[in-house]
Design a protein around this ligand. Structure first.
Ligand SMILES: Cc1cc2nc3c(=O)[nH]c(=O)nc-3n(C[C@H](O)[C@H](O)[C@H](O)COP(=O)(O)OP(=O)(O)OC[C@H]3O[C@@H](n4cnc5c(N)ncnc54)[C@H](O)[C@@H]3O)c2cc1C
Length: 338
């Protein structure tokens, strides 16, 4: 049977980052991706600006970058200005193409149209046969087969709905509206020539269909015409229960590392992909960045739980949060994972 030092299931941002580091250190590394191409993913593409700088991502992958953030609630608007951009948007297909190139240059083998259908002992069953591994990395998203293999449930799940409109928008906007989105929000994230408009909520508060109706009603009131695009939805796992089950590891959404409050998960996936790779290479590796990110995630998940508890309390306290951001008592960073 074909054997690899490391098999990574899923060629998302977490899996490709992990593959690049492992392969560049000489490990025989295989990435299995069930889709026929690497990249397409329902996503608004927002990522902290300095996170991309840290990864040395080429400038032309920045779709649009924003030093000003607009946070809107039913009663007020906070407009926060920074000297440097705080958030950038990326096109997930173009970003994945760059990551894929990095992984291939490092020596990783990528097999698309290769779904993993079963895991047993130290080997996997795929649509193309059986393969053995020394380390197995589940970077296979919110419905991870590796997570299920480890016996971990997923109680805390968010749902995101995205419309990619065919024209740009002048500003990056966050709309907190508890009557519509409970502890979630609607967003307007401009890209270079398009704009992502969508909504996120915890699935225990709102099911996907209710969230969609409320997003449509919100867009209508705002005068945003969504008819030029198609709604796409996906789940976002924020039920973190660990990542290191050596020789099995979890990365990104498979590990439940997204924020329960904002649904941000690209950067956590990249950080955890890198952490898993460095831990496989050196079991004594200190995961400083991931530990910091986990602290932020705990805070975000507590905020999500608090705001989803009582609707009236949620409305008042979210207004207080926006006021605090307006008065600069709390930094905009409260919404970020980094
Ligand atoms: C509407 C919406 C908007 C979002 N907006 C943002 C945003 O603005 N910013 C942000 O940071 N995050 C956002 N997110 C979250 C973000 O998309 C995810 O957190 C991120 O993609 C997680 O990366 P990952 O590498 O863990 O997994 P994924 O990107 O989900 O990749 C997993 C890969 O595994 C593959 N796979 C799954 N099962 C198998 C299998 N059995 N065999 C082989 N391959 C398999 C999948 O095909 C997929 O390619 C959004 C999510 C949604 C739904």
């Amino acid at each position: 049977m074909e054997t690899f030092d490391a098999i990574i299931i899923g060629a998302g941002p977490g899996g490709l980052r992990c593959a690049t580091i492992l392969a560049s250190h000489g490990l025989k590394t295989l990435v299995l991706e069930r889709k026929t191409e690497v990249g397409p993913k329902v996503c608004a593409g927002g990522i902290p600006f300095h996170a991309l700088a840290k990864l040395h991502v080429p400038d032309d992958l920045h779709e649009a970058s924003f030093p000003t953030q607009i946070i809107q609630s039913p009663w007020q608007q906070a407009k926060v200005h920074f000297k440097e951009p705080v958030i950038t948007t990326v096109n997930r297909e173009r970003f994945a193409a760059w990551q894929l190139d990095e992984a291939c240059k490092a020596g990783a083998i990528i097999r698309t149209a290769s779904a993993v259908t079963a895991i047993s002992g130290a080997h996997l069953t795929t649509t193309h046969g059986e393969i053995a591994y020394h380390s197995l990395i589940g970077a296979d998203g919110s419905a991870s087969i590796v997570r299920r293999h480890l016996g971990l449930g997923s109680q805390h799940i968010g749902v995101g709905i995205n419309y990619q409109l065919p024209e740009p928008w002048p500003a990056m906007e966050w709309h907190l509206d508890p009557k519509r989105f409970n502890s979630g929000y609607a967003w307007i994230f401009p890209h270079r020539r398009t704009t992502s408009v969508g909504a996120y909520a915890c699935r225990n508060d709102l099911d996907a269909s209710t969230l969609h109706h409320r997003l449509l009603a919100w867009a209508k009131i705002r005068g945003i015409d969504l008819s030029a695009a198609k709604a796409k939805a996906a789940l976002i796992n924020f039920d973190y229960q660990g990542w290191n089950f050596a020789p099995v590891y979890l990365v990104g959404d498979a590990a439940g590392l997204a924020s329960g409050f904002t649904g941000e998960g690209i950067f956590p996936a990249i950080v955890s992909g890198e952490t898993v790779a460095r831990t496989i290479l050196d079991p004594c590796y200190q995961p400083i960045l991931l530990t910091r990110l986990l602290r932020r995630q705990r805070m975000h998940n507590r905020l999500q739980k608090f705001y989803s508890g009582n609707k009236v309390l949620c409305q008042i306290s979210l207004e207080m949060l926006v006021l605090a951001i307006r008065l600069k008592v709390i930094g905009f960073e409260v919404l970020e994972m980094y």
